[in-house]
Design a protein around this ligand. Sequence first.
Ligand code: ZN
Length: 200
Amino acid sequence: MILARNTSNPFTPVMTASALFALISFVWSLSGFLSPTTSSFGEYTSSEIFQEVGGHVLFGLLVGAPTFNLSLALVCGASSILIDLDHALSALGFQVLARSAHSAIFALVAGLIVAYMTSPSQNRPILSVTIVGGVLSHLSYDTFAGYGVFPILAPFSYSLYSFPAWTWLGLELSAMTLVLVTTFKVRRLPLLKIRGPKST
Ligand SMILES: [Zn+2]
């Protein structure tokens, strides 16, 4: 088990990491009140909601697959959809910038917090990168679906950056590559440790 030890239900760590990610995403969305502009996005119309949710989860699972670990793949799929909790305040009618978690800064901060709070130290790098990959896969599907406008530097800047439709493939492939490279790098660590320090 990558996420945690000594748990009777193998999916408890997945749910813990996913719930924490969802909480961070919602709390982060409060920073949308700092934005000088407000916005809302219409991707969750009733006719498209299943396509939207399914697309995000599928893109997330694809990015999580190169971990070769079911728990991590599920966390990746979950984070890819749960990031949209940053729409909640806007959907509730508050005058706020929606999508403030659609940000590179958010990806890094959420990845670090979830990994440090839910995972033993040797597994934190791959869990952090899996969550960053989940966020990238989300941006990939949004771009693919025609909603590729993100405050990518929030909360440092709330300017909205428009991603051309073709960049979805680059976002998804770079996320998969990042996860794959980290998976192999992490697996090499024990070998490096066994070798030990050089004697002089
Ligand atoms: Zn989104």
